[in-house]
Design a protein around this ligand. Structure first.
Ligand SMILES: Cc1ncc(COP(=O)(O)O)c(C=O)c1O
Length: 394
């Protein structure tokens, strides 16, 4: 009879049969899977047979969320990643090589600027910022080396919107692909592939997770595109984790309900704060005053515009910093897309290196506050944010 340690390891490795399927997908918290032959392992590592070999490549919990997200985005395939930035990195590099150029929005999530400067530049790939709220400006910017146009359905943090269908049509005529970061809209409010985009990424950290308790990302598109991006993610080690995939699945079940409420709360706050003391402007695609309001009505589900808005305070940089100290309901924290309302001041945080002129280039003012509206009572949020705006100005 084998010794105790041997028996303990064997005994504790037996996977139970589960004749009644669990309601929730189990967390397959394992880094590796037993195979029956060298050929089986070789084929699994090449994705030439169904199954799993090693969690950096694939995992059943990841697969469950991948299939669900692909269905909800209308994509052929999906690959999960460690973060939204790992998804952006894998997808961008699947399109580009040394000498190529990517066009990115002038108002873009700061992480994309970081990716361009710290990773793409080293690989000889250049990035150029364009006003992606103007399809003709994007077309005019496409040059000999341009291979990819990067869009955000709704931009972080200005809420500027890109006309995905118009840009995809123009870019495709020039043989240039279009990838969309659909994080702010989520698959509930918009499906960029249906508007002609070639690929989509999400930071699942945000609305898909929805509770500020996971970090993850997803790449979606054709089987061929996702396989190309997956190869980069696997080799760069940007894989997802089973617990994060489980939390993503849990979040997905309530995504629609949450987005309805985020959108209703954000519209109520945007309407109440437009013209309120201390507020120079409110940027929210659901407001008639938003430059792309008509596009939002046309392309986002039911005209709902999600939970992200930006407030431009009258008192500039000092007012932006004071505003955060005056919050009682909303929380001063980075990130977005969660049940709690989160506020940040880009000029003193994500965009702190930029002077006023550079902020203006990115569509920001020194007093811009980014607000991720949560699921609290709308009237409590209106009172909290209005009080902080008025107090910050005085
Ligand atoms: C629009 C957008 N895309 C991508 C990311 C990156 O996501 P992650 O932090 O999961 O890497 C963020 C993060 O804030 C974001 O706001």
């Amino acid at each position: 009879m084998p010794g105790f340690a041997t028996r303990a390891i064997k005994a504790a490795s037996r996977v139970p049969a589960a004749p009644q399927p669990p309601i929730n997908v189990p967390i397959y918290q394992t880094s590796t899977f037993e195979v029956a032959s060298a050929l089986e392992l070789a084929e699994l590592l090449e994705f030439a047979r169904a199954g799993h070999s090693y969690t950096r490549y694939s995992n059943p919990t990841h697969a469950a969320l991948e299939v669900a997200l692909a269905e909800l985005e209308g994509a052929e395939a999906c690959h999960l990643t460690a973060s939204g930035m790992a998804a952006a990195h894998g997808l961008v590099l699947s399109y580009l090589r040394s000498g190529d150029e990517i066009l990115i929005p002038r108002a873009v999530y700061g992480g994309m600027v970081g990716l361009a400067r710290s990773v793409l530049a080293r690989a000889g790939i250049s990035a150029r910022a364009v006003d992606t709220s103007d399809a003709d400006a994007v077309l005019a910017a496409i040059g000999e080396q341009t291979r990819l146009v990067w869009l955000e359905t709704i931009s972080n943090p200005t809420t500027a919107m890109a006309d995905i269908a118009a840009i995809a049509e123009l870019a495709h005529r020039r043989g240039v692909a279009v990838a969309v970061d659909n994080t702010f809209a989520s698959p509930y409010l918009c499906n960029p592939l249906a508007f002609g985009a070639d690929a989509v990424i999400h930071s699942t950290t945000k609305y898909i997770g929805g509770h500020s308790d996971l970090t993850g990302g997803a790449i979606l598109g054709s089987g061929e595109r996702v396989a190309a991006a997956r190869e980069i993610v696997i080799n760069a080690g940007g894989n997802a984790a089973p617990l994060e995939a489980f939390l993503g699945l849990r979040g997905l079940k309530t995504l629609a309900l949450r987005m309805d409420r985020h959108s209703a709360n954000a519209l109520a706050v945007a309407q109440a704060l437009e013209g309120a003391p201390g507020v120079a402007a409110v940027r929210y695609p659901g407001l008639a005053s938003h430059p792309q309001h008509a596009l939002a009505q046309r392309t986002l589900r039911g005209g709902m515009a999600g939970g992200m808005l930006s407030l431009q305070l009258t008192g500039g940089r000092p007012a932006g910093e004071r505003f955060l100290d005056l919050l009682g309901v909303a929380v001063h924290a980075t990130s977005l897309g969660s049940v709690e309302t989160l506020c940040s001041h880009p000029a003193s945080s994500s965009h702190r290196q930029l002077g006023d002129a550079e902020l203006a280039e990115a569509g920001l003012t020194p007093g811009t506050i980014r607000v991720s509206i949560g699921l609290e009572e709308a009237e409590d949020l209106v009172a909290d944010l209005a009080t902080a705006a008025a107090g910050a100005a005085s």
